[in-house]
Design a protein around this ligand. Structure first.
Ligand SMILES: Nc1ncnc2c1ncn2[C@@H]1O[C@H](COP(=O)(O)OP(=O)(O)OP(=O)(O)O)[C@@H](O)[C@H]1O
Length: 356
């Protein structure tokens, strides 16, 4: 656990970057610091590993003030990942990853073996080990940056805008990768970003800071979206806050109809004469093919599917909007149809979500 106990940072020119910040970053969780440019996110992060020293207050690592731990010892237990990876340009990837193990005096063979293991762990081809950083894409370099921070297996990981220099698609995959890694590793992570979507996706807890380094709100993402503490937080969360809330609402309780499917091997007239406006055509083994209009025969219309009970209401609504039927196809983990969520069912679930 990392504890900020009324921490203030005043730079020599008088700028107050962080103002009486008190919060806890629990062990094994991702705590995100988010806020507009200049609100003191980086300063707060760097005070944890003493790259910057506090002016007032204390930061405790598992109860021990970091001021009492000498910086090299402190940093051995804290991995650090920054924007654009910050790799050493003249070192091969394998040696970049093994930086901290080398500093800790591991023998070369053991350090390199560890580096190779981590390379795979962060989803990179081991063949990249012999390359230099400039021979890797931005996304690959970020993965190496994460591998390097994890090399000595530190319990704490500090990440300062690690994914903000890559394009949105790579960024999404890096975020997914981090969540996957975290589910295996359970590190105590403090993650800085100015992107509220990233904060909501990654954070177990999100600390919203305002300029002047004051804590505006600390909450889990669901609470943050449902109950912003004030106008600043509401504004910062953006206008589609309601839609984003849906990603925390389960589809488990969504009512499904199972009488709206027809098999694709019974010919184009299957379901003819039905009073239903739309029927879902499925393969013999239960996979969705497309929607058939009850009024018009001919071409099948596209469908959208979500995994029932696993995906959120946001995914179900998205699935419904992808199809002219306005219905979402509910599938199981194997992609087989378990039912159809109609407009009525979605309406009802949305009304319940709005209430609670
Ligand atoms: N060395 C310094 N001397 C004086 N002021 C500083 C120094 N470093 C940062 N600041 C100021 O402290 C405030 C907080 O800076 P910090 O870098 O922590 O913010 P941030 O939230 O990480 O911003 P960004 O998202 O733009 O990186 C800003 O007003 C900044 O100008």
């Amino acid at each position: 656990m990392i504890t900020f106990d009324s921490v203030t940072k005043r730079y020599p020119d008088g700028t107050v970057a962080v103002d009486h910040l008190s919060l806890e970053a629990p062990t094994g969780e991702i705590t995100v610091f988010v806020g507009p440019s200049g609100c003191g996110k980086t300063t707060s992060l760097r005070m944890i590993n003493r790259m910057i020293d506090v002016s007032e207050g204390r930061i405790l690592l598992d109860g021990e003030p970091v001021q009492d731990i000498d910086p090299p010892t402190l940093r051995r237990g804290i991995g650090y990942v920054i924007q654009q990876a910050g790799l050493f340009p003249h070192r091969k990837i394998v040696d970049n990853i093994a930086t901290v193990p080398y500093l800790l005096g591991w023998d070369k063979k053991k350090a390199r073996a560890r580096a190779m293991e981590l390379l795979e762990r962060v989803g990179l081809d081991p063949a990249l080990a012999q390359r230099y950083p400039f021979q890797l894409s931005g996304g690959q370099q970020q993965r190496v940056g994460v591998a390097r921070a994890l090399a000595a297996d530190p319990p704490v990981l500090l990440m300062d805008e690690p994914f903000s220099a890559v394009d949105p698609i790579v960024r999404t995959s890096l975020q997914d990768e981090l969540l996957r890694l975290q589910s295996e590793l359970n590190k105590t992570i403090v993650f800085v970003t100015h992107d509220i979507d990233e904060a909501i996706k990654l954070g177990d807890r999100v600390a919203v800071l305002r300029v002047g380094g004051k804590l505006a709100q600390l909450a889990d993402p669901k609470t943050l979206l449902a109950e912003p503490a004030d106008d600043f937080v509401r504004e910062f969360l953006g206008h589609d806050r309601g839609i984003r809330r849906l990603q925390f609402i389960s589809t488990e309780g969504l009512r499904l109809r199972t009488d709206l499917t027809v098999a694709d091997d019974v010919g184009p007239d299957a379901g003819a004469g039905t009073s239903e406006p739309w029927l879902l055509v499925v393969t013999g083994d239960g996979r969705p093919v497309g929607w058939r209009s009850g009024r018009r025969s001919g071409e099948l219309e596209p469908y959208g599917a979500y995994v029932h009970g696993r995906d959120s209401m946001r995914a179900a609504l998205d699935a419904a909007l992808l199809s002219p039927s306005g219905c979402a196809v509910a599938v199981d983990g194997d992609g087989k149809v378990v039912g159809v969520a109609t407009k009525d069912a979605l309406d009802q679930a949305l009304a319940e979500a709005a209430d609670g």
